[in-house]
Design a protein around this ligand. Structure first.
Ligand code: ADP
Ligand code: ADP
Length: 229
């Protein structure tokens, strides 16, 4: 279980020769086993910050720390292993649901699969499919709704048994019912792993322990959802 911290972090993209910072003096602690949400308009720096937190980029100045220890090549590996990342547009193979889950985590028992599906609010609809876990999805199988796909991908992320789960706009393309299902899943996972979400709808982050509002590369607000102005 791991806490991630940014200390005086600055980051600039150099492609365009720009002098402006995508992130400027970011200080934030992401506590273990809590849910932290990042919000802010497009271009605020959310993705840039998440990339730094996941060790995909390095700050130009400042430090990213993992359990109080600065990220180095050694603990970068353990950070990557500890993280499951769920993108906005999740990828599923043209295969059965079971294969989609097992391809990423081969040594998984039937019981673990159903547990993960339960956690991601997917167990019920999978159980009701004509061939259950063996139902083919994708081009030669059935079409899943966006919410169903997202819940299968979430189950796959959970099966990796991460200590940090990053959901990148995972509900922004979903309707309110599916969004609520993902939220229930997050509520069940809170306390078992560190959850980081990027969101642009406030409805998604009501259950966040910490909401971080970014604007033009800076943190302009930080607190519990109810305290936000
Ligand atoms: P958000 O995720 O909140 O939409 P980003 O982190 O993607 O914000 O972007 C922060 C700033 O960095 C923006 O000004 C954006 O244009 C810029 N930026 C993002 N990615 C790149 C990149 N690969 N090259 C150059 N500039 C980038
Ligand atoms: P998209 O349809 O969002 O563009 P991609 O083309 O990236 O998705 O597809 C990624 C994988 O997910 C492919 O194997 C595709 O067959 C499968 N896939 C795409 N849409 C669905 C869906 N609605 N239900 C099940 N599988 C899908």
């Amino acid at each position: 279980t791991q806490e991630i911290e940014c200390r005086n972090v600055f980051f600039r993209y150099h492609q365009n020769g720009s002098a402006s910072y995508a992130l400027e003096d970011i200080n934030i602690v992401i506590p273990a086993n809590k849910m932290t949400a990042f919000v802010g308009r497009s271009g605020a720096g959310k993705s840039t910050l998440i990339d730094l937190l996941m060790g995909l980029n390095q700050p130009e100045k400042g430090q990213v720390l993992l359990d109080g220890v600065p990220l180095t090549n050694e603990n970068l590996f353990s950070l990557r292993r500890a993280i499951s990342y769920v993108p906005q547009d999740p990828f599923l193979f043209n295969a059965s649901i079971r294969e989609n889950l097992k391809l990423v985590v081969p040594d998984t028992t039937e019981e673990q699969i159903w547990e993960a599906l339960d956690f991601s609010s997917a167990a019920e609809f999978v159980r009701n499919l004509p061939q259950g876990l063996d139902t083919l999805i994708g081009d030669r199988g059935i079409r899943l709704s966006g919410g169903e796909r997202q819940r299968i991908v979430l189950a796959r992320a959970i099966l990796r048994n991460p200590s940090i789960l990053v959901l990148d706009e995972a509900t922004s393309a979903l309707d309110t019912e599916n969004e609520a299902k993902i939220q229930q899943a997050i509520d069940r996972l809170k306390g078992r792993m560190t959850i980081v979400v990027i969101a642009h709808r406030l409805s998604t982050i009501r259950n966040a322990d910490q909401v971080v509002v970014l604007d033009q590369g800076s943190i302009i607000q930080k607190g519990e959802f109810g305290q936000l102005a």
